[in-house]
Ligand binder design. Structure first.
Ligand code: ADP
Ligand code: ADP
Length: 245
C-alpha cells in the first residue's frame, strides 16, 4: 500500500467572536481532501495563497487535529497513536520550511543545528557528532568547514541547504517541504530543487512538496494536486497537467 494515505481530510477553524461569527461561522481551510503518496514519490500540492496548503501540512504532521477525515501512515491511522508512537511517526516525517532562518536556532552552530534532531533520540560522542554533521553537510553540497558557522553567517541558499540537512539527519521516509524555495532567487531555487531531486533518487525519500508556484513543481513532481478554496480541484500526473492546452 501507499506510504501515506489521506482520506476526506477536513479542517474548519472557528472564527473569532463578534458579528462575523453569525455570517461566517467557520473558515473552511481544508475540505474533503484525499490523496496518497507512494514511497519515493514526489507529490506536489499547488494553489494560491490561502487555499489550505499549509493546513494540509500541519494535519499530516498532526500539529493540528482534523475536523474530519484521516491520515494513515503505512495503513495506520495517526489519530490513534499514543505519544511515543506519534513521536516515532514524526521521526519518519520531517519538514523543510520556507524561511529556515526563522526555524533555525540563531545561537547554535551549523553542526549543532544538524545533529540536534538525532540527539533528541540518542546520545552522540563528540566524534560521532562531528562525523554526522560533516556527512550531512556534504550530502547537501556544503563544505564541512561550515560546521562552526552560525545561521546569520550563511546565505539564503546555504540556510535552506542547512534546513534540508537537518531534515535528513533522522533518515526520514517522507519530507514535507512547505514553500521550501519560494523565498530564494530563481537561480538558487534551481540549485535547491536539483538538490532535492538528487536526494530523492539517492535516498528514496518521498516528498510532499508544497508551492504557490506551478512553475517550481513542473520539473520535480511525479503527481500534482491543485488546491482551490480548501479543495483539491485537479489531481494528475505531472506530464498530463502540463500537456494541457
Ligand atoms: P496556504 O498555505 O495555502 O496559504 P493556509 O493553510 O495557511 O493556506 O490557510 C488556509 C485558510 O485557513 C486561510 O483562509 C487562512 O486564513 C485560514 N487559517 C489558517 N490557519 C488558521 C488558524 N490557525 N486559524 C484560523 N484560520 C486559519
Ligand atoms: P502562509 O504563509 O502559509 O500563508 P500565514 O503567514 O498566512 O501562512 O500564517 C502564518 C500563521 O498564522 C500560521 O500558523 C497560520 O495557522 C496562522 N493563521 C493564518 N491565517 C490565520 C487566521 N485567519 N487566523 C488565525 N491564524 C491564522
Amino acid at each position: 500500500g501507499p506510504l501515506l494515505k489521506v482520506e476526506n481530510l477536513t479542517k474548519h477553524y472557528p472564527l473569532g467572536t463578534g458579528f462575523l461569527k453569525k455570517t461566517i461561522p467557520v473558515i473552511r481551510a481544508v475540505e474533503d481532501v484525499s490523496f496518497s503518496v507512494e514511497a519515493g514519490e514526489t507529490f506536489c500540492i499547488v494553489g494560491e495563497s490561502g487555499c489550505g496548503k499549509s493546513t494540509v501540512a500541519r494535519l499530516l504532521m498532526r500539529l493540528v487535529a482534523p475536523t474530519a477525515g484521516r491520515v494513515l501512515i503505512d495503513g495506520t491511522d495517526i489519530a490513534g497513536l499514543r505519544q511515543h508512537a506519534l513521536r516515532a511517526w514524526r521521526r519518519r516525517m520531517q519538514m523543510v520550511f520556507q524561511d529556515p532562518y526563522s526555524s533555525l536556532n540563531p545561537r547554535l552552530t551549523t553542526g549543532q543545528i544538524i545533529t540536534e534532531p538525532v540527539e533528541n533520540f540518542e546520545r552522540l560522542s563528540r566524534r560521532q557528532r562531528q562525523a554526522l554533521a560533516a556527512d550531512l553537510l556534504r550530502k547537501v553540497g556544503m563544505s564541512p568547514e561550515m560546521i562552526h558557522r552560525l545561521p546569520s553567517e550563511l546565505s539564503g541558499g546555504q540556510r535552506q541547504r542547512l534546513g534540508i540537512a537537518r531534515a535528513l539527519a533522522l533518515e526520514p521516509s517522507l519530507i514535507i517541504a512547505d514553500e521550501a524555495v519560494s523565498a530564494l532567487d530563481v537561480s538558487v531555487q534551481a540549485q535547491i530543487l536539483n538538490l532535492l531531486m538528487d536526494l530523492q533518487q539517492q535516498m528514496g525519500i518521498a516528498f510532499v512538496f508544497i508551492s504557490h508556484d506551478l512553475r517550481v513543481v513542473e520539473h520535480i513532481a511525479h503527481r500534482v494536486a491543485v488546491m482551490y478554496l480548501g479543495r483539491i480541484v485537479e489531481l494528475a500526473p505531472c506530464e498530463a497537467l502540463f500537456a494541457k492546452p
